[in-house]
Design a protein. Structure first.
Length: 160
């Protein structure tokens, strides 16, 4: 049953921590559930899936090829999901080792594509956050603006 719940959390919707708490309740407290006593390792495995799902969602929204697809939610949602992930990991005292670096790399890649495509009139900007929000996210990711493409500030449709 734990393995099934791990899969449910991993493939949950847009807010995986809701699935995590639902799984915890089902596995431990629900009268119709197995009423297990979960070890720290069991809980860690469930938490790992929350992190993996958030990472997957954020990478989806940082993939340039997704910008015109229905599944794309934009940088604004990516920023919100980053904040949710950070809060979850802090609250649950869980590691998110390596996630920041992977998201930062994807963000940099995304901005290079976006700036090139917008400057080349291939498309209108798909960035749906303000320049201020983007700058704060860049800072949180540890990205120096020197690493960003020329004209990156101009890709934000929403101004400060």
């Amino acid at each position: 049953m734990l393995a099934e719940e791990i899969l449910i959390v991993r493939h949950s919707g847009e807010i995986p921590e809701v699935a995590y708490h639902g799984s915890l309740y089902f596995l431990t407290d629900d009268e119709e559930g197995p009423q297990l006593s979960l070890s720290d390792e069991d809980r860690r495995q469930l938490k790992d899936q929350v992190v993996a799902r958030y990472k997957e969602i954020m990478l989806r929204d940082l993939t340039p090829e997704n910008r015109d697809k229905r599944l794309y939610r934009g940088l604004a949602r990516c920023i919100v999901n980053w904040q949710r992930l950070c809060q979850f990991c802090e609250r649950e005292q869980h590691s998110m080792e390596g996630v920041r670096e992977e998201i930062a790399e994807a963000l940099l890649h995304f901005l290079h594509h976006e700036a090139r495509d917008v400057a080349g009139d291939k498309r209108k900007s798909s960035i749906n956050c303000t320049l201020e929000e983007l700058c704060a996210f860049l800072n949180e990711m540890g990205l120096d603006t020197d690493a960003l493409p020329a004209g990156w500030q101009g890709v934000c449709k929403c101004k400060i």
